[in-house]
Design a protein around this ligand. Structure first.
Ligand code: COA
Length: 163
């Protein structure tokens, strides 16, 4: 059973050691730098504190095996018409893929969002996936009810889950 731990001084080094295909997902070092820059935007008053990215370490037993990062956003970039959660990153370490951990992480993230961590209901969970020619990640997200919106997000495909 996986648990999600906020990234902190005790677990960040373990998360930096994890690897997955960088053609499909950014390295965890990049993601943590992104989380840092979002905090800086909060400090500079450019975004509200509640829009800071939330990076999570994925742990099973005593072992760290993945990383996930979500953020609350105003939804304007995707014309959602309301606030959204955005799944910025999800990776399971190479040696632990296809064992059901990713599925557990998504279930935990959706449960977390539905628990109204920012004190209000948010109706949409967005992400974007790198088209890998085999539809691997798309298939993964569709199993949770995400729809492919048929819109490009940079080089990626935009996907949306109505919560
Ligand atoms: C995509 C990822 C997060 C899925 O996590 P995981 O633990 O490997 O996936 P699970 O074992 O929970 O898979 C659940 C189901 O998703 C689908 N799936 C997952 N990865 C898949 C892949 N590469 N190709 C095809 N289907 C895939 C399958 O239907 C799978 O069920 P099955 O193994 O019974 O066929 C993980 O493989 C990963 O980190 N991959 C590299 C980075 C990446 O692509 N991240 C997504 C960013 S868009």
């Amino acid at each position: 059973m996986v648990t999600l731990e906020a990234i902190n001084e005790d677990n960040f080094a373990d998360i930096l050691d994890l690897t997955a295909d960088t053609a499909l997902v950014a390295p965890n070092s990049y993601s943590l730098a992104e989380a840092y820059t979002a905090l800086k935007e909060v400090q500079d008053g450019k975004i509200p504190a509640e829009y800071a990215l939330q990076p999570f370490a994925v742990k099973c037993g005593d072992e760290y095996m993945g990383f996930a990062m979500i953020g609350l956003e105003d939804g304007e970039d995707v014309n959602a018409g309301s606030e959204i959660y955005w799944l910025s990153r999800l990776m399971i370490d190479d040696k632990h893929q296809r064992k059901g951990y990713g599925k557990q992480v998504m279930t935990a993230l959706i449960e977390y969002i539905k628990s109204k961590p920012h004190g209000r209901k948010v109706d949409y969970f967005y992400t974007s996936v790198v088209p890998d020619g085999k539809g691997g990640a798309e298939k993964f997200y569709k199993a949770f009810g995400f729809e492919n919106m048929g819109i490009k997000w940079g080089d990626e495909d935009l996907m949306k889950l109505t919560l």
